[in-house]
Structures are given as C-alpha cells and as structure tokens.
Write a protein that binds this ligand. Structure first.
Ligand SMILES: [Fe+2]
Ligand SMILES: [Fe+2]
Length: 290
C-alpha cells in the first residue's frame, strides 16, 4: 500500500469515528407536534413560522440536497479507479447527506413554511433534471468538493443564525446539518492535501478548478433570485464565500505559496485573475448581519 493510500485510509477511519459522535435522528429533531393533515387543514400562507425569504433559503437548500442520487452516481463513477478509502467514503457520505434533504423537506411540511404543492413540483423537476459531472480526475473532484462542503457548512451556519429568532427548532436542525458538512469538508480537504503532498505539481489542478466553482443548485428554477435572497437575508453570498470559504481553503493548502513553475504558470495566472475579480465583487457585497 502506498503512503498516499494509507493516509487516505487513516482519514476515512477518522471520519467514521467523528461522524459516529455527531450522528443524529429525525425523531429527536423534527417538530412533530406541529403536524396536521393537509386534507383536513389546507395550507395557507399565514401558517408558516419563518419569513418568506428564509423559506426560500431553506427550500433552496432542500432542493440542492435532494439531488443526492445524481451526486452519488457522479462521484462513484469518477472514483471507480481511485484508492478504496475514497470509494468507501462516498458510501458513508451518501448515508449522511441523505438525511439532509429529508429532514429539511419534512421540516417544511410540518412547519407549513412554503406552499407544499408548488414545492413538490419543483422538487420533482430538479430530481428529474439531475446533475452531471464532467470532470474525470478524482483529485480535481476533491478540490471541488472541498470548496462545496465548506460552502455548505458556512451557508447552514449563517442560515441557522438568521433563523434563530424566528424558529429555534429550524436553527437547531441547520446547526446539526452544518456539523456533518464540517466533517465532509475536513475529509476532502485533508485527502486533497495528501494528494498535493504526494505530487506538488497537482497545484496546477487546484488553480484550474477554483475558478470553475459554482454551487450545486445551479440550474434549478429561479436560481439567481434565490442566491440574491440568500445573500440578503441569510448572509451567505459572494462576500461570505470569498472570506469564509475560498480564502480558508487557499490558506490551508498553501496554494499561493507554491513556486510557479512552467507547468503551473498558466493555471496560476487564471487563478490570480479570478481572485482579483472575486475580491472586487466581495468588497461590493457588504455583509448584512456580521
Ligand atoms: Fe448536505
Ligand atoms: Fe456534505
């Protein structure tokens, strides 16, 4: 077994231990006492507990999470020839992510936040549209998923803060999900670091992938409007992404400290241009509730 493979094995074992400690169940977290039969008590807009804007944010999170079958299919394919720890991680990760879409979906129904009929239609459309991974390099995918997992962690924590005064039960659910996302991020971040240490020329791939990052809900109906609402009311937008996600990952991997060799020069130039642009955009978007 190579040094890289044994490092990945250790990281996977660490993930299992930590994720067992934060494991949770629906029965403890969902507000069952709020449940009412929709046929006997039809939905109306004034029944919800959170603002329409926070409802949009929670629905967007749910609509992203429920595309899990497609994310799993994509990861399984790209990791087909990868070390066994990565393949095993995808199974564990799927089991954990599966809880996120479900708990948010059931929460929205029990709490009567958002119109169930319309949401159901969007939900079905999102799942049937699916998602496709066009990247064939497992390492490149791990760079991408590191950003994605940290982005979801920061998003859920900011949303939890925004929801605290409106519905503490929701806030608690979001914090519990954020713990899972933290562990997912830590696994991918450290696995990617092990790959970089194994072959530092991989930093060129990091430089190439970072500018391509978009949140996985890209393509769902009204995605831009949703992002706008989330930035304004849940304090998660370009500013939070730049400060609390991208800079954190860049720093951890030491991306900007690598010598720029002939092999990485072009990719690094692309990254530098992207960072200048993103920093400018982040500066314009003042945080609403920092
Ligand atoms: Fe998730
Ligand atoms: Fe995750």
């Amino acid at each position: 077994m190579s040094h890289l493979e044994s490092t990945l094995d250790t990281l996977y074992q660490r993930h299992l231990e930590l994720s067992n400690k934060v494991d949770w169940g629906y029965h403890n977290l969902l507000p069952w006492e709020r449940g009412k039969n929709f046929n006997e008590h039809p939905w109306s807009p004034n029944q919800g507990t959170i603002s329409p804007e926070l409802t949009v944010a929670v629905e967007t999170a749910m609509l992203t999470e429920i595309n899990l079958p497609w994310f799993t299919a994509g990861l399984k394919a790209v990791f087909a020839q990868a070390p066994s720890a990565l393949k095993a991680f995808v199974h564990t990760w799927t089991r954990e992510e599966d809880q996120h879409g479900r708990i948010l979906d059931v929460y929205l129904l029990l709490s009567r936040n958002g119109e169930p009929e319309a949401r159901d239609q969007v939900r079905k459309n999102v799942i049937s549209n699916g998602w496709q991974n066009d990247e064939g390099d497992p390492f490149a995918v791990m760079v991408y998923t590191s950003l994605q997992e940290l982005a979801t962690r920061v998003f859920y924590l900011n949303l939890a803060r925004a929801a605290e005064s409106q519905d503490p039960v929701l806030s608690k659910i979001l914090r519990v999900i954020a713990k899972d996302e933290t562990l997912h991020y830590a696994f991918y971040r450290d696995a990617a670091k092990a790959y970089i240490d194994d072959d530092p020329s991989r930093i060129a791939t990091v430089c190439r992938i970072i500018p391509q990052f978009v949140m996985p809900g890209f393509g769902m109906p009204n995605f831009r409007q949703r992002l706008h609402v989330i930035a304004k009311y849940a304090n998660y937008g370009i500013h939070a992404y730049y400060q609390n996600v991208l800079k954190v990952v860049l720093e951890f991997w030491g991306v900007l400290h690598y010598d720029v060799s002939a092999g990485t020069r072009e990719a690094r130039r692309t990254l530098d241009q992207y960072l200048v642009k993103l920093q400018r955009l982040a500066g314009r978007q003042a945080p609403a509730m920092d």
